[in-house]
Design a protein around this ligand. Structure first.
Ligand code: PGA
Length: 250
C-alpha cells in the first residue's frame, strides 16, 4: 500500500501579501517541472491567504493555514475560524506546531479540540508532534510523541485517521540546521504510526531543517511520506528544487 506524499511549506510569520504574490509568480511558473505525485500545500500567514488563493486558482496547489480556533465564531478576539478559512479555499491547517505550543499556549487539549473542528469542517489537520533536546537526552522521545499523538486524536475514529496528516518535528531540529538523522526520524515515525489503529495510510511528514540536500534521504525512508518545511520554503526557486529532490528516492 502506498501512502500519498505531501510537501508542506510553513512560512511562519514571513511574507506580506505583496511578497506572497511575487513568490507565487516565480513558484507557479515552475510547476510543470515538479513531480505530479507529490501534493504541494502552501501555508502562508493569514493576511496572505486571500492573495495566495486567487493566485493558485487552477494550479492544483493546496492552501493551508498555520493555526485556527476550535470554535466556529464568537468572542475570541484576534482568532480565525474554520469557516473563515474555508471561504478562501483553505484545505489544510497546521495544528500544534511546537512554536505555538511554546509561545501561544497551544496544549494537547486545544490541539484535540481543533482536530475535531477541522475534521467536522472538512479541513485536513496537519498535527505536529516532537520532542525537545532534553526529552531526547532523557530517552523519552517515543513516549512523548506517542502521548502527543494519542492526545491529538482522542475521540477521533480510526476510520477518520487516513484523512489526517502528522508531522514529526523534533524541536531541536527546527530552524537550527541540525536535522534529525533520516533513519532515526523514520524509526520515531514508525513508532507514531503504530501508536494508534488507523494510521497505516496516514501521511507522516518529517520537519526540522529539511532542505534540498537532505530531502532525498528522508524520501527514501519507508515511513516518511513528505516534509513540513520552514526556512527552505521561503525562496520559491529553492522550494521548487526541494520538491524535485523529494521525488528522487532510490
Ligand atoms: P524549518 O522549520 O524547516 O525551518 O526547520 C520546520 C517547521 O517548523 O515546520
Amino acid at each position: 500500500m502506498s501512502v500519498r506524499r505531501l510537501v508542506v511549506a510553513n512560512w511562519k510569520m514571513n511574507k506580506t501579501a505583496a511578497e506572497t504574490a511575487e513568490y507565487l509568480d516565480i513558484f507557479l511558473a515552475q510547476l510543470p517541472s515538479l513531480p505530479s505525485d507529490v501534493e504541494i500545500v502552501l501555508a502562508p500567514p493569514f493576511t496572505s491567504i486571500a492573495r495566495a488563493a486567487s493566485k493558485i486558482k487552477g494550479f492544483g496547489v493546496r492552501l493551508g493555514a498555520q493555526t485556527m480556533h476550535w470554535e466556529l465564531r464568537g468572542a475570541y478576539t484576534g482568532e480565525i475560524s474554520a469557516p473563515m478559512l474555508l471561504e478562501f479555499g483553505v484545505s489544510h491547517v497546521i495544528l500544534g506546531h511546537s512554536e505555538r505550543r511554546a509561545y501561544c499556549d497551544e496544549t494537547d487539549r486545544t490541539v484535540n479540540l481543533k482536530v475535531h473542528t477541522a475534521l467536522q469542517q472538512g479541513i485536513v489537520p496537519i498535527v505536529a508532534v516532537g520532542e525537545t533536546l532534553a526529552q531526547r537526552r532523557a530517552g523519552i522521545t517515543d513516549d512523548h510523541v506517542v502521548a502527543q499523538t494519542k492526545a491529538a486524536f482522542d475521540g477521533v475514529s480510526a476510520g477518520a485517521l487516513p484523512g489526517v496528516v502528522i508531522a514529526y518535528e523534533p524541536i531541536w531540529a527546527i530552524g537550527t540546521g541540525e536535522n534529525c538523522d533520516p533513519v532515526e526520524a523514520n524509526r520515531v515515525m514508525a513508532t507514531i504510526r503504530s501508536s494508534l489503529q488507523g494510521l497505516d495510510e496516514t501521511p507522516i511528514l518529517y520537519g526540522g531543517s529539511m532542505n534540498t540536500d537532505n530531502v532525498g534521504a528522508y524520501a527514501a525512508q519507508p515511513d516518511i511520506n513528505g516534509g513540513l518545511i520552514g526556512g527552505a520554503s521561503l525562496d520559491p526557486n529553492g522550494f521548487a528544487q526541494l520538491i524535485r529532490s523529494a521525488a528522487v528516492s532510490p
